[in-house]
Design a binder for this molecule. Structure first.
Ligand code: 7TS
Length: 413
């Protein structure tokens, strides 16, 4: 049996006390929450910030002179500054609040894509993308009669990067790539991809949904053109996310949705648009969610990415070692550079049955195609069972999870 990871400096129990949802039982068993790649649980500070806003500061933003409106606006703009610093963007004008990764990618496709992609142009994605980074590009290609090309992956679940040089042509306008796969856990060599794309004059849209919860991101160092991510996968509220875009690109983009807040002057015949980032933020945003996101960013900062990654990697390696020793278990995604995502299939068993048996023991995992159907089809499987780790998971939880999987497999045998 592999050695259990030691938590020498990290007090996980203390961290766990900050998460009320983790204190409950499910079907009479203590909850073991291993569905963090779908969404993480939220620390008390985030929940308190949501309540505080509604209890004391509830007002619309950017439009009132009264005290509550000013408090709400100030707190919302404070989060924008925090996000800017968090991903090392140069300017708050580059931080557009959206409802999440999906909305952010759709925004780029509908604006930049709409104006820059013409018939015969090419867009490159990879075979491991989440549907949110496939479908908007398919829709754009259909509308524009452009061509969607795909970077293939190998058996371990790594991109076959040597193909990129051939895929990229002078017609490539956009490379849309996930930093981290939600099914395989693979961390893609983003810098290399971005450099190659730029050499051919293509811009790069990064789906950062699964990266932000685990890896520090420096958009200047990466030199990505756009970055989309959600708050809820990194301890923040649902319904909030960001589109980062280079200012020069955003300045040239047509507006997305029309409505309040994105305008400068409206007459019945003509409208002039607001400055960045408000031009892309039509309507009342998720004010409470944005304000409370600040607390999730603080939480990550307090723990630190180094600690977070080290802990999650230990859990991943421990779980992978234990599970791979079981007959009938096949681990999906064995790239050397991974985040704490462990997908697997139980030979001869449907993933939904495995998921339900685990749930009966209080263990929450994801089952299904993980919104990455092209990848699941490529792997010639019906779906996966996925355990994904966060900072508050423990080695005891991993052991309990593996014990239950073992029981399920043995009952089946
Ligand atoms: N991109 C990736 C890589 C994702 O994993 C997800 C959500 C999204 C985009 C969409 O994010 P949203 O916040 O806009 O919904 N992934 C998952 C998952 O793996 N299980 O449930 C949702």
């Amino acid at each position: 049996m592999p050695a259990a990871p030691a938590h020498s400096t990290l007090d996980i129990q203390k961290i766990r006390t900050q998460f009320p949802a983790l204190q409950q039982t499910v079907h009479g068993k203590p909850l073991i929450y291993l569905d963090n790649a779908a969404t993480t649980q939220k620390p008390q500070a985030v929940l308190d910030a949501l309540t505080h806003y509604y209890q004391y500061d509830n007002a619309n933003v950017h439009r009132g002179v009264h005290t509550l409106a000013e408090r709400a606006t100030f707190a919302l703009e404070a989060t924008r500054r925090s996000v800017q610093q968090f991903i090392r963007a140069t300017d708050t004008a580059e931080i557009i609040f959206t409802s999440g990764t999906t909305a952010s990618i759709n925004l780029v496709a509908a604006t930049y894509g709409q104006t820059q992609v013409q018939a015969g142009d090419e867009i490159i994605i990879s075979h491991m993308e989440h549907h949110a980074n496939i479908v908007p590009w398919q829709m754009l290609c259909q509308a524009k009669r452009a061509v969607l090309k795909v970077i293939p992956i190998n058996k371990k679940g790594r991109l076959m990067l040597s193909t990129l040089a051939n895929l990229l042509t002078s017609k490539t306008k956009i490379v849309a790539i996930g930093y981290v796969s939600n099914v395989l856990g693979t961390i893609n060599p983003l810098k290399e991809i971005i450099q190659q794309a730029h050499t051919q004059g293509a811009i790069v849209v990064v789906d950062g949904a699964q990266a932000v919860p685990h890896l520090p991101i420096d958009v200047q160092e990466l030199d990505c053109d756009f970055l989309a991510f959600s708050a809820h996968k990194a301890y923040g509220p649902t319904g909030v996310g960001v589109l980062y875009g280079k200012k020069a690109l955003l300045e040239d983009m047509p507006p997305y949705q029309g409505g309040g807040e994105m305008t400068q002057q409206v007459t019945l015949s003509h409208t002039t648009y607001n400055d960045l980032p408000y031009r892309f933020e039509a309507g009342t945003p998720n004010i409470a969610g944005i304000i409370a996101w600040q607390e999730a960013l603080n939480f990550i900062k307090q723990v630190g990415y180094k600690t977070l990654m080290a802990h999650e990697n230990k859990l991943l390696n421990y779980a992978a070692d234990l599970l791979s020793s079981l007959k009938k278990i096949r681990i999906i995604g064995t790239a050397p550079n991974k985040i704490g995502v462990l997908s697997f299939v139980v030979e001869g068993m449907h993933h939904l049955d495995v998921g339900m048996l685990l749930d009966a023991n209080g263990i929450a995992v994801r089952t299904g195609h993980g919104c990455a159907q092209p990848l699941i089809d490529l792997l010639k499987i019906e779906g996966i069972v996925r355990a994904s780790f966060a900072i508050y998971n423990t080695k005891e939880e991993v052991e309990q999870f593996v014990t239950e999987v073992t029981r399920i497999v043995q009952k089946k045998a």
